[in-house]
Design a protein around this ligand. Sequence first.
Ligand code: HEM
Length: 255
Amino acid sequence: MQGPGRLTEKWNDLKDSVQGSQAWSSIFRPGSIFRKGYNDSPRNRSYVIMNSVLYHLHPVKVKRHAVKVSYTLCLGGLSFFLFILLTVTGIFLMFFYRPTAAQAWDDIYALQTSVTFGLLVRNMHRWAAHLMVLSVFLHMARVFYHGAYKAPREFNWVIGVILLTLTLLLSFTGYLLPWDQLALWAVTVGTNMMGYTPVLGNQVRFVLLGGAEIGTDTLLRWYVLHVLFFPFITVIFMAIHFWRVRKDGGISGPL
Ligand code: HEM
């Protein structure tokens, strides 16, 4: 055989040997359209959905009202989007920030004046944080207005309350990090208020401050809570929240 026919044959041989290799079949699971000899059967179609992380996140059926933006106002989705934006911009900020009393404020100042896009990213992080508090609150109001906290979604409402608390804690711990006058006094007032906790007031205040008064130990403590502990817990609760939305029968609908 000559010309294009020979070329096609060579191409098919190459495709067969790559797709038949052990390395290839260890990556693509049975039923994948990339596997050797894939045929368009109903069984293989369902395999394609079940074996793909992205496809299987989508429900098999969606109620018509649930995809209407006017029903949910996409406020839960917006809260999630803002959380992702905060994570990405937060990682950028971490490259230029050291959580010590001597360096924190100078680092923030340098970030704004000498780092390319520093001021923009810092403001994106700050605005997204304010917006997330607002969107989570509005999302909760929307859920309440639609009575979506009723059975079978009571548990997801409780998960939601935990998410709201975590959002507020993330916001508050981030507030101290610029180490400016506003931050110092906000945290002084906040921790003094927590000092009035019945019985354990002084202990609670001591743990939160990492000492008797606000200082570099407080900054390190709140930094770790802000960049690691609270985001980690939030991701876990968000996963449970989304999973329950699906398991509770999708988005609630008009009665
Ligand atoms: C970080 C915060 C949160 C995120 C990212 C989030 C995300 C979501 C998303 C994406 C949905 C799907 C429908 C929609 O977009 O409205 C949803 C539904 C729901 N959320 Fe949230 N949520 C958060 C906080 C809350 C809070 C504070 C509450 C209540 C206290 C709550 C209770 C619920 C309930 C009950 C549903 C089911 C609603 C229905 O079936 O109509 N969530 N959430």
